[in-house]
Design a protein around this ligand. Structure first.
Ligand code: UDP
Length: 334
């Protein structure tokens, strides 16, 4: 059960992004004072929900030193990463510089200022091709692409910093984040868009002609890939629980965040047809390189240890919230 956080000052790096903005909104609902640091490279000003906003880069040590001197934070949440798998294969150094090197220099400054509670957005991509499913946290980590490797590297950095400097940390391994806050004022908007649900909704909104199904001959019941879609507000709630666990003295929290339920690409499209009333044409394409057939989380560990209970466990509700945001976002002319 989460508690009031009104005494807490939290720095959220990447708070102008999709998952970051939802977590900032929730932190504020629990009463925390939230400062957002974001370089707006992929984040959006209109997603900002915090008390203070600083435009800048997490790798800028002069800036982050100043910020730590000024604010006396209790904890940091870090969402500021590049996250497109295909791009990471083509531009690995961009990923290692931003996701790894800048995070390491940020942590150095943070620890220098004696702030030692850190909640990190990790990913199911740290596991690579699953050897068994649903995936539990003790599954071997063999990431298959630079994006997954960059996240796994930071997990190792945090573990070493726990041993050396007493850094308390949470690594939250997201499966497929989806949906939007029911207020429909914040939601998912990437450029270019590569994620299935927003693409499907762009077709429903008449902004794209069709959904390309990447791979229709996988070893799954309908031949398309199966993923575990988890609502962004449930992810946000898990961050607050992890923060409370660190406050209570836990020093290392590694948790999967997923619903435990898998849906195929075709099932997602079918539910989106139902929600939007649009026929959503599809074409079948070759598989995307490196896409595992099935990625489904076991989240038993965080449910048991921290009492996490996803509230949006129905794909239809997830897509409804995404669709509401999508329509609002278009109305706003973005
Ligand atoms: N996918 C698809 N067409 C698209 C985008 C995605 O068929 O236009 C598939 C993709 O191959 C994967 C699933 O949908 O099997 C989810 O992809 P997404 O990029 O949303 O998330 P990922 O699982 O890759 O992190």
């Amino acid at each position: 059960m989460n508690r009031e956080l009104s005494h807490l000052k939290v720095l959220v790096i990447g708070g102008a992004g999709y998952i970051g903005s939802h977590t900032v909104k929730l932190l504020k609902e629990y009463g925390a004072h939230v400062t957002v640091l974001d370089n707006l490279s992929t984040g959006k000003q209109y997603l900002l929900q915090g008390d203070d906003f600083i435009e800048g880069d997490l790798g800028d040590k002069d800036l982050t030193s100043l910020i730590f001197k000024k604010y006396k934070f209790d904890a940091v949440m870090h969402f500021a990463a590049f996250s497109i798998v295909g791009e990471s294969v083509v531009l690995p150094l961009k990923y290692y510089e931003n996701n790894v090197a800048k995070t390491a220099s940020f942590l150095e400054v943070m620890i220098e200022h004696n702030v030692k509670k850190f909640i990190f957005s990790s990913t199911a991509a740290v596991y690579g091709e699953p050897m068994r499913t649903p995936i539990t946290e003790d599954h071997p980590c063999n990431p298959k692409n630079p994006y997954g490797r960059s996240k796994a590297m930071v997990e190792n950095i945090m573990s070493d910093s726990l041993a050396a400097d007493g850094l308390q940390y949470a690594a939250l391994r997201y499966f497929n984040a989806a949906g939007a806050d029911p207020c429909a004022m914040i939601g998912e908007a990437h450029e270019p868009e590569t994620h299935l649900i927003p693409i499907v909704l762009e077709v429903a909104a008449g902004r794209r002609e069709e959904v390309k199904i990447y791979g229709a001959n996988y070893n799954t019941p309908d031949g398309t890939c199966i993923r575990d879609y988890i609502h962004v507000n449930d992810l946000a709630e898990a961050h607050i629980l992890a923060l409370n666990a660190l406050i209570d003295g836990k020093d290392c929290c590694i948790y999967n965040l997923g619903s435990g339920q898998g849906y195929s690409v075709r099932q997602v499209i079918e539910v989106a047809r139902e929600v939007t009333g649009h026929m959503i044409p599809v074409t079948e394409e070759r598989p995307r390189a490196g896409d595992p057939a099935v990625l489904v989380a076991s989240s038993a560990k965080i449910r048991k240890e921290l009492g996490w209970q996803p509230k949006y466990d129905d794909l239809k509700v997830i897509i409804e919230t995404a669709w509401k945001w999508h329509k609002n976002d278009r109305k706003a002319g973005r």
